[in-house]
Write a protein that binds this ligand. Structure first.
Ligand code: ADP
Ligand code: MG
Ligand code: MG
Length: 877
């Protein structure tokens, strides 16, 4: 009875939690009867236990010994045998793939006493010494932390002495000398001889694979990829097969489709007379699978047929590692392969065409995040030079600009700039806003630069460690770049290029805009088809946040079925600012009414435009929300102007009246001050003017044969009495306008109190729209503008947040308020319409939450509408 150890034949691909991805898939291949060397998997349970106690779990070593006997029987060889030894590989493999993060040790079981015997028995002396030197190197590095480059130095010295360029050209005798040199390196660092007991080697290797779970780079990688830290790794122990046994041997990697484009047909690289990582390490030139067909047609045929079976079994693109030993093919690894966002869409479409998966399943094979990547402009890679360096791709996009090294220079620049910093802090904010792109040499996906750039939708590459950043120049691999030099930064790949690389608009966006036809284009037709299916499957509608007719038209082309939020305050800016100033400064009713009367036709015209663009679809208009003093000049500036005028003995004129008003209206915390419905109740006539503009605009459209569906939305309500009062006023205005369609009146739910009293509020509301930006600020008690750059990076790093609550809805707190409000609102008012108009309406994870909370629609920026459509469909399938 095994507690911790499972023979490959016992597992299957469903057991990733227990056996890790690699182990589960080795088991699956073994079950399929594919040629997998015999072996077993030590479960993640054992690893967690080891990491908890610091020693091998009770009984584990006995179990290992027992399963080892099975491997020895199957191979007819014994571990540590002096004549024809069994050699083993010990490989890490957690539930989620963490490429290159943890350890693998090959050729365990070789020692002084059997390396010569192995040479004799295999008839290949060179192979035996090469394997032994690899073991000492990997084992020394992994188990005893011997610096890897000391081994590399010895190997390079041996190549030089022999006058050869490749390790493969070293003779057996030369490799034997390398082994001698390696042992000296090992001894110098560990103070002991290289372990000569094969079983000791095995146990030390298992322990060090367990420990590699907590290696610094592995911890960091998991943090960045949001992989839980407590899963642990499984350990796979399997018989070695040898690709380094001459020209009829070799090792390779292959994909069942092209992981870059999704094109059908197998892709792969093969390296003759090589072992393990040699293929990916790029030390020698590899050959293609087609070349393999000419040198070993039998193995090639078998490989292709296995790849086809794997695709059928996994019903998806698979990548594999294989080895050929003296003409015999062995499978060493497979998994559902990673792919580019474009390939993900293309392959999902192909698999539907091939009858392998349904459209519902195809939706699960792509993500909104992938669609985001496809919707940003990209660099024309055919025209791109070699990258100067590569950092962490923190926020997508393609940015080109002149290098600036400080925030002030960025803010002052007239042309496009790239802000380059070692790392950023809140003082850099103005520069980050002004820059086209942000580049740092330190920090990962949760650094200040990354968090803030993503929040602003700015292109960002961070942690480009090859950059040495000085005060007004940077050096990268010996090349110097001065302030003002142009560079190009690719936030999707992390590449940094010298000079200006041509930017290609996204073909997917051009398709949405109607500029490209999807016909004959595998990517665009897959996008079209999957979005159509998402729309069909979705229960959530997708509306857009749009303030102008142009925005609304664009949103409609991107598939929005309404405007979920029109922010009217944008309509008070620019030339109209003076009118608002007049309204605020009005001393009596007559002055105020005159100001309102001047604003009315302007507002009406805005709405006519919007209703025209969204003809036949709902348009939700929010009455003015921000504090009025936002429309007046800043206090400091005004005070200075008035003081200067007075000092010069001049008349400050209007400025002094404005200053008085600004002083009167000054708020210590405007976010929580006189705004939204409070403003509407305090400034007579303001809301009424807006309601009239909406009603008259609708009547204009109806008279013109249009089909407007206006909805009036009251912001920042916290008490039902606020809504009742405003609603009564609005209804009395509506009653005076003739020829209008029915107009719904609803409220935003963005104050926690509104969510809690949603039952009462719903009795006076036709709809709820959750303003999750404010709701998040008010629930957490922090203001987005002030905190995002200040401490979010730290919070993410400490794991207090899994993601910024402004990017992804905090389901435990804010989400609970949403759920409560929907429930209480619907109970009091069956048929109440519910939607979301905060930033979260375009965020994939949040959309899934809103779907399950039973909302009717989400509303997001026009650009994110396709992403929301896709995710709304995915949530429903
Ligand atoms: P990673 O997860 O980093 O890819 P692997 O565990 O796959 O690490 O192992 C690294 C390399 O060692 C791979 O190229 C693999 O093919 C090779 N390898 C692992 N086990 C064996 C084995 N039993 N025989 C021959 N080569 C092996
Ligand atoms: Mg591998
Ligand atoms: Mg709000």
């Amino acid at each position: 009875m095994s507690r911790y150890v499972y023979d490959f034949i016992k597992g299957n691909k469903g057991l990733k939690d227990l056996l890790g991805g690699k182990g589960a898939n080795l088991a699956e291949m073994t079950r399929m009867g594919l040629p997998v060397p015999p072996g077993f998997t030590i479960s993640t349970d054992a690893c967690r236990e080891y990491l908890r106690t610091g020693s091998m779990p009770a009984g584990l070593l006995d179990e290992v010994a027992q399963h080892l006997r099975m491997v020895e029987e199957k191979t007819g060889r014994l571990l540590g045998d002096a004549h024809d030894p069994l050699l083993l590989s010990v490989r890490s493999g957690g539930k989620f793939s963490m490429p290159g993060m943890m350890e693998t040790i090959l050729d365990i079981g070789l020692r002084d006493a059997n390396v010569v015997a192995l040479a004799r028995h295999s008839g290949d002396e060179r192979f035996a010494w090469d394997s032994y030197r690899r073991l000492i190197q990997m084992f020394g590095k992994t188990v005893f932390d011997v610096p890897g480059d000391e081994f590399e130095t010895e190997l390079a010295a041996a190549r030089e002495a022999a006058g050869v360029r490749s390790d493969a050209d070293l003779t057996a005798a030369q490799l034997q000398d390398v082994v001698g040199a390696y042992k000296k390196v090992f001894h110098a660092h560990t103070g002991r001889e290289f372990p000569q007991a094969a079983h000791e080697q095995l146990i030390l290797a298992i322990a060090s694979v367990f420990e590699s779970w907590n290696a610094e780079r592995a911890v960091l990688y998991r943090r960045q990829e949001r992989i839980p830290q407590d899963l642990g790794t499984a350990v796979n122990v399997m018989a070695m097969v040898f690709g380094n046994r001459g020209e009829d041997s070799g090792t390779g990697v292959a994909f069942t489709r092209d992981p870059a484009t999704g094109r059908r047909g197998v892709y792969g690289d093969y390296l003759r007379n090589a072992q393990g990582e040699d293929v990916v390490a790029g030390i020698r030139n590899t050959m293609s699978l087609d070349d393999l067909a000419t040198i070993d047609p039998k193995a090639h045929r078998q490989l292709l047929s296995i790849m086809e079976r794997l695709e059928q079994r996994y019903r998806d693109l698979c990548d594999i590692e294989f080895t050929i030993e003296n003409g015999k093919l062995w499978m060493l690894q497979t998994r559902v392969g990673k792919r580019t966002p474009a390939a993900a869409f293309v392959i999902a479409g192909q698999l539907v065409d091939e009858g392998t998966i349904t459209l519902d399943e195809a939706l699960q094979r792509v993500t909104g995040e992938q669609l985001v990547h496809l919707m940003f402009p990209s660099f024309d890679t055919t025209a791109a030079p070699e990258p100067l360096a590569t950092g962490v791709p923190a926020s997508p996009g393609a940015a080109v600009g002149a290098v600036v090294f400080d925030s002030a220079a960025a803010a002052a620049a007239t042309g496009p700039v790239i802000l380059v910093r070692r790392e950023t802090n809140p003082d850099d904010l103005p520069g980050m806003i002004a820059a086209q792109g942000i580049l740092t040499s330190r920090g990962g996906k949760t650094s200040h630069a990354a968090v803030v750039a993503r929040g602003m939708g700015r292109t960002c590459v961070c942690g480009a460690e090859d950059l040495e950043i000085g005060a007004d120049f940077l050096t990268v691999r010996g090349q110097v770049i001065h302030a003002g030099d142009v560079i190009s930064v690719d936030g999707t790949t992390g590449h940094i290029f010298a000079g200006s690389v041509p930017v290609r608009p996204s073909p997917v966006v051009r398709y949405f805009e109607g500029e490209l036809s999807p016909m004959g284009d595998p990517l665009l037709s897959a996008v079209q088809r999957l979005l159509a299916h998402a729309d069909h499957a979705a229960r959530l509608g997708v509306h857009a946040n749009a303030d102008t007719g142009l925005d609304a038209e664009r949103a409609r082309r991107f598939g929005a079925t309404g405007v979920g939020l029109c922010r009217t305050e944008h309509m008070f800016l620019g030339d109209r600012r003076v009118l608002v100033e007049r309204l605020i400064l009005a001393d009596d009713d007559a002055e105020r009414d005159a100001a309102l009367a001047a604003l009315l036709p302007l507002q009406r015209a805005d709405f006519v435009e919007l209703f025209t663009a969204m003809d036949g679809l709902p348009v939700t208009i929010r009455l003015i929300d921000p504090p009025l003093h936002e429309f007046l000049p800043p206090l400091e500036e005004l005070t200075a102007r008035v003081a200067r005028a007075e000092a010069l003995g001049e008349d400050p004129g209007r400025d002094s009246a404005v200053l008085t008003a600004v002083r009167r209206m000054h708020e210590a915390n405007p976010m929580l001050g006189l705004r939204g419905v409070r403003l509407g109740l305090v400034v007579p006539g303001l809301f009424a003017m807006q309601v009239r503009a909406i009603a008259e605009a609708a009547a204009v459209r109806v008279a013109a044969g249009g089909d407007p569906h206006p909805e009036i939305m009251i912001p920042l309500v916290g008490a039902v009495q606020e809504l009742e009062t405003v609603r009564a006023e609005a209804e009395s205005v509506l009653a005076t306008v003739t020829g209008t369609p029915p107009i719904r009146i609803g409220t935003m739910i963005e104050v926690p109190r509104a969510a809690l009293t949603a039952g009462e509020i719903a009795e006076h509301a036709d709809f709820f729209s959750f303003g999750t930006n404010d709701l998040t600020q008010m629930t957490w008690g922090f203001s987005r503008d002030d905190v995002e750059g200040a401490f979010f990076g730290k919070y993410l790093e400490l794991g207090i947040f899994a993601a910024s609550p402004f990017e992804t809805l905090d389901t435990g707190g804010v989400g609970e308020l949403v759920r409560t409000a929907v429930e209480r609102g619907r109970a009091a008012h069956p048929g109440l319409i519910t939607g979301v108009c905060g930033e979260h309406g375009g965020d994939p994870a949040s959309i899934h939450f809103f779907h399950h909370a039973g909302l009717d629609y989400v509303s997001c920026s026009p650009f994110r509408v396709p992403i929301a459509r896709l995710e709304a469909g995915r949530a429903a399938t």
